[in-house]
Design a protein around this ligand. Structure first.
Ligand code: HT7
Ligand code: ZN
Length: 847
């Protein structure tokens, strides 16, 4: 049935010594001539090459054309029969023709605004030429590009160029997924970087003419990343030049091609007027992420795609640490956990749950998931916690020394930790091979100065994995005295059994425990804690994560009670008072404490508690709690709104960005009392996108944004990236009952260029983010969404499949909504000619 299995892995029976490509560009008929220098490793093996959508013109071995009986062409590849192959090393020459202009899937070689561009991860290179398109086949590449365009780029170092041609040489062996080619009428924002050993590296960011004044921030972020990788990991850059290209049509965020990163323009271009503080932070993180891949992904790559989290988990972990070092570490940690819970916990709790290292797939593009990326990063963080900073550094040094130039596995990765630190990680490996989020319950016992914490763990069944052994879980614990002093500082307890107790001796009074500090493991902590104790931790905990978490849990319990007509009112509103008044706490931290859990989080919490979540009731509960919160702290919020205004020209740094986030959090609440007066004033006076969009958001949520939305559209209709925000924000925040109809109206807007993935994601993502709107009782949200996935699928299956995850929570809803969601999914699955991507996703969603 097309399933690919980890257990079936076998090495490729040839080594590839060198690749030479000649690419003659033309929109409808690009000619790719490839020469592969191969050496057989297994007697009598056929040469099997991947290839899709290629028009084969010729095939030769050592210069001699092959006859029709020497090979076979299928829709998925080219096989040369063993009898046609020499016994020793040989070269294979193929000529194929492809049509980049017709490539709407944005995989392989395609065109975007007249520019040629490639995306080869995971399996796009096979749409460029016949090739062993698997990550464990690595080779140096030499590429000649011919085309009548001013900028012609590929990987590695430039060798020679003339009018209409350029040659590039990449000396570092790489898998085909890291190949890139760009050709277009582009301008460069240039700079340079001197490495720690004194080598000069030329840096360029290539963009469309007109965008060059929005590159400065990305360039500075690149230089910061290069320096950080040297100081923190001892990793130096290894080519004479590092190029980044921004492209408007791109399926994901960015791509780490060797020496030629290609970015979705959304994650490169920034100016104060067009990008928000969050955009700036994200640009810095993605630039760093792609740059860090040069060592964790490119120099050391994955043996097969099952090992994807080897490069992605580690690289996300590295980019998270980078942002934490450059900005506010604790705030970054809280934001990362919020993302993890919103995306990965949600995935782990639904029909798409899979291990960080899956053992089977149909379409690998469907496994670029929160589990592979974000949970993968948590696993690296846990390893670091278990072996300590020094052990981690030793393990990473060994990893780079031992595996440079290789294609590796999770086993290789764990082995360097075991060897460098002497730890046994056999049980830890379950984190990689098993799906699901462990639940850890805690109980406490106090007698005679002894305080005992007893933990029990279990992991719910996930598709294909009904039973799970206990995991090795690092749980960081601190103890506070009743007057708020830290009496036991953060200590890592290692939970390895299903049930386990840890005792702290010699205490004068019963302590207050702060458990799972810094979110030391990606688990659900199930612990009955009184409102008084949560309020105490919210005020006194020395661990910023747990301080925030105490408030979050109070808010969550309060919302759960309100959304189910429960009676308990757990004192959340009063507990927030001391944090709001704590002017020593960072504004960004206080902004996070003010933000209420999202509707999806509340729905999941209710479901976990055995209840059927009602999206309308949840929305109502969240709205009324926000209003009550505003009323309870109106004076303080108004004072903060005024005090947090940032004077002077816009700076994207963490300090002023934190002030703006607190100011906008206060505005969001106050708008519920002042009818949007402050938001209107701010919208009219704002000089930066953060405040402009923040004010607009508050107005949309109050249903008072008609004029502001029109003004915004008139001002920004020529700006692709800003208009994405216009589509997304109004849908995400509008009153839920209006969301599906608004989505329909916006889909008719002439600016809804649905073949552009950013625009499509803005509209569909906006609707999906409107929880009660997407799940509208009459199924209008599901129908609209399914209609568009069906329409997009033949054009861009990867993006259609990715967006189908909006349906991943359908089974936790009431039977009527479930029936409507099921009907939408079955309608998708029933489409003739459905892509493998969307077929796999809808099949898994339906279970
Ligand atoms: N490694 C890159 C993943 C990626 C990708 C995967 C599938 C299809 C399109 C894609 N574009 C980029 C990005 C990263 O994780 O750094
Ligand atoms: Zn990555």
């Amino acid at each position: 049935d097309g399933t690919i299995r980890l257990a079936d892995y076998t090495p490729y029976p040839f080594t590839l010594e060198r690749v030479t490509l000649r690419v003659r560009l033309a929109p409808r008929a690009t000619r790719v001539s490839a020469r592969l220098e191969l050496a057989p490793q297994v007697d009598g093996a056929a040469l099997v090459l991947d290839g899709e959508m290629l028009h084969l013109i010729s095939v030769a071995i050592d210069g001699a054309p092959l006859g029709p009986n020497d090979y076979r062409v299928t829709p998925t590849g080219l096989t040369i029969h063993p009898a046609a192959l020499p016994e020793g090393p040989f070269s294979l020459e193929t000529d194929v023709e492809i049509a980049p202009e017709a490539n709407t899937a944005l995989e392989g070689l395609y065109m975007s605004n007249g520019m040629y561009c490639t995306q080869c991860e995971a399996e796009g290179f096979r749409k460029i030429t016949y090739y062993p398109d698997r990550p464990d086949v690595m080779a140096p590449f030499r590429v000649r590009i011919e085309g009548d365009l001013p900028v012609l780029l590929s990987n590695g170092n430039p060798v020679a160029s003339g009018p209409g041609w350029a040659e590039w040489d990449d000396p570092w062996p790489k898998p085909a997924y890291l190949f890139a080619l760009v050709a277009g009428d582009l301008v460069a924002h240039s700079d340079s970087f001197t490495t720690q050993s004194g080598r000069e590296v030329a840096l360029n960011i290539y963009v469309r003419p007109g965008d060059e004044d929005r590159c400065a921030f990305a360039m500075e972020a690149l230089k910061r990343s290069m320096r950080w990788d040297e100081t923190e990991y001892g990793r130096e850059y290894d080519l004479d030049l590092f190029n980044i290209v921004a492209v408007d049509d791109f399926n994901m965020g960015a791509m780490e091609n060797k020496g030629l990163n290609i970015f979705n323009s959304k994650w490169v271009l920034a100016s104060p007027e067009t990008a928000t503080d969050k955009d700036y932070e994200r640009i810095e993180a993605i630039i760093a992420h792609e740059y860090f891949h040069n060592w964790t992904g490119n120099r050391i790559t994955c043996r097969d795609w099952f090992q994807l989290c080897l490069k992605e988990g580690l690289t996300v972990f590295r980019d998270q640490c980078f942002t934490a070092d450059l900005r506010l570490g604790p705030v970054k940690r809280i934001e990362d956990v919020m993302t993890l819970r919103a995306r990965q916990f949600r995935e782990d709790q639904g029909p798409l749950a899979h291990p960080p290292r899956p053992d089977h797939y149909k379409e690998i593009n469907n496994f670029y998931t929160a589990t592979v990326y974000e949970k993968g990063a948590e696993l690296v963080g846990m390893l670091k916690r278990l072996v300590g900073d020094e052990g981690y550094r030793k393990a990473l040094d060994l990893y780079f020394a031992r595996h440079d130039g290789q294609a590796c596995t999770i086993e290789d990765w764990l082995a360097v930790f075991e060897e460098a630190t002497g730890r046994d990680l056999a049980q830890f490996k379950h984190w990689y091979t098993d799906a699901g989020t462990p639940r850890v319950t805690v109980s406490e016992d106090w007698a005679d100065g002894r305080y005992t914490l007893t933990f029990e763990q279990s992991t719910p069944p996930t598709p294909g994995q009904p039973k799970k052994p206990p995991r090795h879980i690092p749980i960081t614990v601190g103890l506070l005295s009743p007057n708020g002093e830290e009496i036991v500082s953060s200590t890592v307890l290692e939970l390895t059994k299903t049930r386990e107790s840890f005792t702290f001796e010699g205490l004068g009074a019963k302590p207050v425990a702060s458990i799972l500090r810094d979110f030391s493991a990606p688990v659900v902590l199930d612990r009955k804690v009184s409102t008084t104790e949560r309020a105490f931790l919210l005020t006194h905990d020395t661990d910023p994560f747990n301080r925030w978490e105490a408030g979050r849990m109070l808010a969550r319990e309060c919302l759960m009670a309100r959304a189910t007509a429960g009676t308990a009112e757990p004192g959340y509103l009063e507990a927030l008072g001391p944090v709001l008044a704590d002017d020593d706490a960072d504004p960004a931290f206080r902004a996070l404490c003010l933000s209420l859990p999202g509707e999806d989080e509340i729905a999941q919490a209710l479901f976990d508690a055995g209840q059927t979540p009602d999206p309308d009731a949840i929305h109502e509960a969240r709205e009324t709690l926000a209003k009550d919160l505003a009323r309870a702290h109106e004076d303080r919020l108004a004072a903060l709104y005024d005090a947090m205004a940032v004077p002077g020209p816009y700076q994207p740094d963490a300090g002023p960005a934190g002030q703006r986030s607190l100011r906008l959090a206060a505005l969001g609440l106050l708008s519920r009392l002042d009818g949007g007066a402050r938001a209107e004033a701010l919208f009219a006076s704002a000089h930066n996108m953060t405040e402009s969009l923040g004010a607009l958001s508050s107005l949309i949520a109050q249903g008072r944004a008609e004029a502001a939305l029109a003004t915004f559209r008139a001002r920004w209709q020529g700006d692709r990236l800003v208009m994405d925000k216009w589509f997304m924000t109004q849908l995400a925040l509008c009153p839920p009952e209006t969301a599906p109809d608004l989505a329909r109206k916006l889909a008719d807007d002439p600016l809804f260029d649905w073949k552009n993935p950013n625009r499509f994601r803005a509209l569909m993502g906006g609707l999906a983010a409107n929880h009660a709107g997407f799940h509208r009782r009459d199924g209008a949200g599901y129908r609209f969404y399914a209609d568009w996935l069906i329409r997009l699928d033949p054009v861009n299956p990867q993006t259609a499949a990715r967006l189908s995850t909006a349906f991943e929570t359908w089974r936790r809803l009431d039977p009527a909504r479930q029936a409507l969601a099921r009907a939408a999914l079955e309608r998708i699955l029933g489409q003739e000619g459905l892509s493998r991507d969307l077929a796999e996703m809808t099949g898994r969603l339906l279970g």
